[in-house]
Design a protein around this ligand. Structure first.
Ligand SMILES: [Zn+2]
Length: 261
């Protein structure tokens, strides 16, 4: 029997898959912007939230899924942010409160700035403080693990993997006083050993970048995400949250309400 999140609530032959979005930073005029384009402008992000709000979407977290595994996934979306940048508190948090939305933030627990990015020529950006992370966690934003030092897990020793994955879980739990249920692999660096250690560390879900099955629920330790970049237009965003992004032929019927074969 397939282990993991059950898809019983999904219709047969329906290619619908819960969209899990990947973001890093929200920026405005005061923000430094790096060459890696791992940001979305504040105004664009607000327009994306407005689209979700006006179209009846609900944001859920992995906590919610763990609590209620048979929840109906239609018109749901999981918004994730990697690394824990200071702008998540300064710009993301107020917008989430304004629209009554939730998100999942993946924390790097032993470095307080983007050291891995600076090594590649990115400007230095601070991470949120522990007080800010706790405040967001108390509000209902899920804090997940993203290792202690943001390294590529597919390229390190087994003992290093355990320390980075399990140690990070303990760090997050100490900070939030809640169980850390989900994990994000830095750089999308995954192999079978990395997945096994993540499972053994006690996480229930782990997200990748652009690898893993196209349908949510088939592999809870390699959940594919859909990245939102500064170039993502609102039209493209609509496709990305439709639930049929990986099956473009279904998107049309989603928007017209007509069934296609
Ligand atoms: Zn990262």
């Amino acid at each position: 029997m397939q282990k993991g999140y059950n898809k019983l609530n999904l219709k047969k032959d329906n290619k619908y898959s819960l969209p899990v979005l990947l973001y890093h930073r929200i920026v405005n005029k005061q923000s430094v912007i790096g060459k890696h384009k791992i940001y979305v402008k504040e105004k664009d992000f607000e327009n994306q939230l407005l689209y979700l709000k006006n179209n009846g979407y609900e944001t859920i977290t992995f906590y919610d899924l763990q609590k209620n595994p048979s929840v109906d996934l239609t018109k749901k979306v999981i918004i994730t942010f990697d690394d824990g940048y200071e702008d998540n508190y300064r710009l993301l948090f107020p917008l989430l409160k304004k629209y009554n939305f939730k998100a999942v933030i993946y924390l790097v627990t032993k470095i307080n700035f983007n050291a891995w990015g600076v090594r590649e020529g990115e400007p230095r950006v601070n991470m949120m403080t522990d007080v800010q992370k706790k405040e967001m966690s108390d509000y209902g934003i899920e804090m997940g693990g993203h290792t202690q030092t943001h390294l590529d897990l597919s390229k390190c020793s087994e003992s290093e993997k355990i320390k980075e994955i399990k140690g990070c879980k303990e760090d997050v739990e100490k900070l939030t006083n809640k169980t850390a249920v989900s994990f994000a692999y830095p750089f999308g660096g995954i192999n079978e050993e990395v997945k096994r250690i993540t499972k053994e560390a006690g996480y229930t879900f782990a997200v990748s970048t652009n690898t893993g099955p196209k349908e949510f629920g088939l592999d809870n330790f390699q959940i594919r995400r859909i990245e939102i970049t500064p170039k993502t237009s609102l039209r493209s965003f609509k496709n990305k949250v439709s639930g049929y992004y990986f099956y473009p032929s279904f998107i049309k019927s989603f928007f017209t309400g007509k069934q296609t074969k």
